[in-house]
Design a protein. Structure first.
Lengths: 190, 190, 190, 190
């Protein structure tokens, strides 16, 4: 089976997720600067989640470059990832609208953690399908970043019960780690 | 006529349906755990419908692998399927928000039944177009799963008038039946 | 310039329009059959508009099969069509929620008329680009259907001031005319 | 890395942005002509933003025709552009609903300016990737339009503090400048 429609469907879902999040930036009724300033926490959580969805799309795009085939298991592993990503708009809005209270920050971390685990599973499913001697396996043998960000998400969830600042710091940190360009795929393709 | 745009359009509609459903998870105004627990029935109905749309996309994807050509009838049979699938967000939200009351559970079953019938018709239209000697026909000659899930949906609709638990059990059962991997297409392609 | 992205973008916009319309089917707060019956006029207008968007997509798909090239003018003619189609959800919801009152039925007709004219312009732009000796020109030389439906829309707008039933009848008629399969493209391709 | 998914993802996001904007045209509860007239400012801002998103899509489409390869930096430069474009629905609705008050008109200009800068950066990133001897570089060496529209946006932001009419005039002017067909890409391809 070819990977074309899996890519197209994932692109579609990610494009909609990223755009739906902006709907939570509710248009204020008055036209003062104050009205905009009040939206700042919601805007910041939108920005954070936009970067995350961007990272996932970017990584998905890179990873799929080396994928030669897909099967039913891969389709479900991918849908599983999309399920958790589809909860981003909800978790983002709840966190932003409640000014980064403990429980919303924890929930955001849970959704992030589940998405990270789902990505891990998708990568693993693809690794098994392509076998240990594939370009895919040699490129994705080291998965340090995945593991570090899963750990950071766990720390974020636990630490937020002390203060939500721990969670927010971890979330920004994860974004920074992934923002650093991934050269493995480009090297392999070159 | 080639099948590319039919796939692209279906992917688009399915991607939007799946993501629109999450909008019914209304962001609560307070930040307590209690607010999240209250959303649980809506969340569960979202999960169920996400799996269903995932199944439809998965089957559509598998089926289209063996499709060699499409015509006007196929385009309309496909649009007919998308119409019923487009009512999933409504039926899902109504069922979740009313804590699985009788009428919403029945309506959910009706939408499911119509979608299942529409899929049946689409498959039938493609069978007729490709002829009895095609790869398509030899792969999709047995349609036991389709028929079983149509029967289960009828049982769900009727049984929900006794108790909605009958309906919900049937819906979960249908999901499980389809979740079991479909190997026919992969075998045929190999 | 190739036509791939024009098709992809149009598919995307049409897929979203068709799915956004369903959001106007507001989830009722109680779970009675009565609540569903009250939604019937909104549902009927959704069904009508779904069929129309389906027709546009279908025709667009057929027409694009014979398109060999596009230019800047075609891109804008296509965007012009998408603009009027993007007003379908608004016009549909307004008509449905006001139980087919005169003004909403007239507005619906205006949007329909503008979309029909936009399609006419798009076809004309493509005709000029491909020249009179092209497959495109020989297939789309007769445009009786386009002209009949433009006339019907004008009648609908005028007649609705007498009674909205004139408008609704015309809208259903236009849908029926276009629903009749278009064989020209398929013949040309064969 | 191939450019296919970057195009598909951008098409998806732009298609959704363009369609989400129409959701701000809230369906009025009564069916009078007056209700429609009251929506006129929101409609005009929708029209303006539709044209802008259309221009961005059109330019993106033209530019990508000459792109031979993409890398991680290009993906992020593209996401950066999409981020600012994703704020169009918010800025459009706020401006329209507040009848072109000073602050909303200024904010609209800021979003426009950031999008124009983001496009500039994306073009620059692609120029560097393709090198000075590429078709891409020879076609996009002159960037007068980009610079003029950035200046017009700055003027719009500043001038709106005197009267919002300055801003609105500039916005319309930018749209007109870009609406004039871009022949460079078509010439290069021919």
């Amino acid at each position: 089976m070819n990977k074309g429609r899996l890519e197209a469907f994932s692109d579609g879902v990610l494009a909609i997720i990223i755009t739906i999040m902006v709907l939570e930036l509710k248009v204020p009724h008055d036209s003062s600067i104050h009205a905009i300033i009040e939206l700042l926490p919601v805007f910041m959580s939108y920005l954070l989640s936009f970067v995350y969805v961007g990272i996932y799309w970017n990584n998905h795009h890179h990873m799929m470059q080396l994928v030669k085939k897909v099967n039913g298991k891969v389709l479900w592993a991918n849908l599983h990832l999309l399920f958790w990503l589809s909860l981003f708009p909800f978790a983002t809005a709840w966190m932003g609208e409640n000014h980064y209270d403990t429980i919303p920050v924890v929930l955001y971390g849970c959704v992030m953690l589940m998405a990270a685990l789902a990505y891990f599973i998708l990568e693993h499913t693809l690794l098994r399908l392509h076998g240990p001697d594939s370009d895919f396996a040699s490129t994705f043998s080291s998965r340090a970043k995945d593991i570090v960000s899963i750990i950071l998400n766990v720390v974020a969830i636990g630490g937020s019960f002390i203060t939500p600042y721990v969670g927010i710091t971890c979330y920004v940190l994860v974004a920074v780690i992934w923002f650093i360009p991934e050269k493995r795929v480009e090297k392999k393709l070159a």
